[in-house]
Design a protein around this ligand. Structure first.
Ligand code: NDP
Ligand code: MG
Length: 382
């Protein structure tokens, strides 16, 4: 039995609730829980997992949650201060960051500075502040354990091998609900169409990102930072069945892949228990259920977000922050039916035309670039 005390940011979401299933299965302790607005689930989670601290980011709900938990000894906090307190809470040895969006960047940095090992689902953290996060992790000797299934797969394929012997990373993509479609086929896509992912059941933002292939673009950037590769060392391969979660090609052209049923509990658990492996409450993979596995090239002309992310990494600096910020704003507008599906990609690509300061940058510059990208999207639309 592994004893671990975890602060879980984003506990009410898709990753958060699956992580709590893993926590329950293995009897880990929860030090802190954080969510944005879902106070009812957060209250129930606080009663079940007895953390020292809960944070509700939305300050308007603070009093309601505090009141609901007044018969317990749980400390209730809110806002960014509360999220940072949850990320650095002294009794936690690990932080699982599963919030959605670049709001996860500051808690990630705070957790690293506090010396916590970091299980990272929040890919926007590495996309927007990759250089700051990786440098901080090296400075504080903190391990970053990937939760994203592709990055967990690559991490697993790297075990026992030397990173300098890696030739390229092969990032698999389901292709989302619109695989094979062209721009003209996508003009009337509704929110419900885009939320209908073929293989994975995830939060709304990442499901839209999967439909536009922005998710794969963000994941290329995430992989480049996590595994110290250039964006051109990363190949994206559409694999509709989501059985091969990603692969690594070595200099001798040997390719090692990681396979499993598409269930996030496997990578979540591996990040929480690494380097140990434990039984996981998911189905065993039976390849005969699939019969055959298929592969195809992505189409960056239709799914321009993929192209925008590659170009942002070629330019470097704050350009990945720009495309991420534009995407977060555009996805929000699409979910509220204010823009069309195709406009998401156009706005993300358009954000590459914004200018950003060159050279070294700080967290303030990152937050600034993010604000500018969001403002650009709003200006284009309103
Ligand atoms: P969800 O939308 O399902 O959940 C997001 C969680 O973050 C919720 O608990 C939400 O709270 C919380 N949250 C949002 N903003 C804040 C904030 N400012 N402060 C505190 N909590 C906040 O997202 P997912 O679980 O799908 O995704 C989470 C992250 O993991 C994303 O970065 C995503 O890209 C990544 N990821 C997800 C995968 C998946 O299978 N879902 C797979 C791989 C990566 P509330 O419920 O109150 O809104
Ligand atoms: Mg993924």
């Amino acid at each position: 039995m592994l004893h671990k005390t975890i602060s879980l940011l984003g506990s009410t979401g898709s990753i958060g609730t699956q992580a709590l299933a893993v926590v329950r299965e293995h009897g880990f302790r929860i030090a802190a829980l954080a969510a944005h607005s879902n106070i009812h689930l957060l209250e129930n989670q606080a009663r079940e997992y007895c953390p020292d601290l809960v944070c509700i980011y939305n300050k308007e709900l603070y009093t309601q949650l505090k009141d609901a938990l007044k018969d317990t000894s749980v400390r209730v906090t809110s806002g960014m201060e509360g999220l940072l307190e949850a990320a650095t809470w002294p009794t936690a040895d690990m932080v699982l960051n599963a919030v959605v969006g670049m709001v996860g960047l500051q808690p990630t940095l705070a957790a690293i500075q506090a010396g916590k090992s970091l299980a990272l689902a929040n890919k926007e953290t590495l996309v927007t502040g990759g250089q700051l996060v990786i440098e901080a992790a090296q400075r504080h000797h903190v391990a970053i354990l990937p939760v994203d299934s592709e990055h967990s797969a690559i991490f697993q394929c790297l075990q026992g091998n030397r990173p300098e012997q890696v030739k390229k990373l092969i990032l698999t993509a389901s292709g989302g609900p619109f695989f094979g479609k062209k721009r003209e086929d996508l003009q009337k896509v509704t929110v419900a169409d885009a939320l209908n992912h073929p293989n994975w059941n995830m939060g709304a933002k990442i499901t839209i990102d999967s439909a536009t292939l922005m998710n794969k673009g963000l994941e290329m950037i995430e992989a480049a930072w996590l595994f110290h590769k250039t964006i051109d060392d990363i190949e994206v391969l559409v694999h509709r069945e989501s059985v091969i979660h990603s692969a690594v090609e070595y200099v001798d052209h040997s390719v090692i892949a990681q396979l499993g049923v598409p269930d996030m509990k496997i990578p979540i658990q591996y990040a929480l228990t690494y380097p140990e492996r434990y039984p996981c409450p998911v189905q065993s993979l039976n390849l005969l259920d699939y019969g055959q596995l298929t592969f195809a090239a992505p189409d960056p002309e239709t799914f321009v977000c993929l192209k925008a992310c590659r170009e942002a990494m070629h330019r470097g600096g704050l350009y990945p922050t720009l495309v991420n910020g534009a995407n977060e704003q555009a996805v929000d507008l699409f979910l509220h039916q204010k823009i069309s599906f195709l406009e998401i990609g156009d706005l993300v690509y358009g954000a590459l035309h914004l200018s950003v300061p060159e050279g070294d940058f700080s967290i303030t510059d990152v937050l600034d670039a993010d604000r500018r990208a969001r403002a650009y999207v709003l200006e284009q639309v309103c």
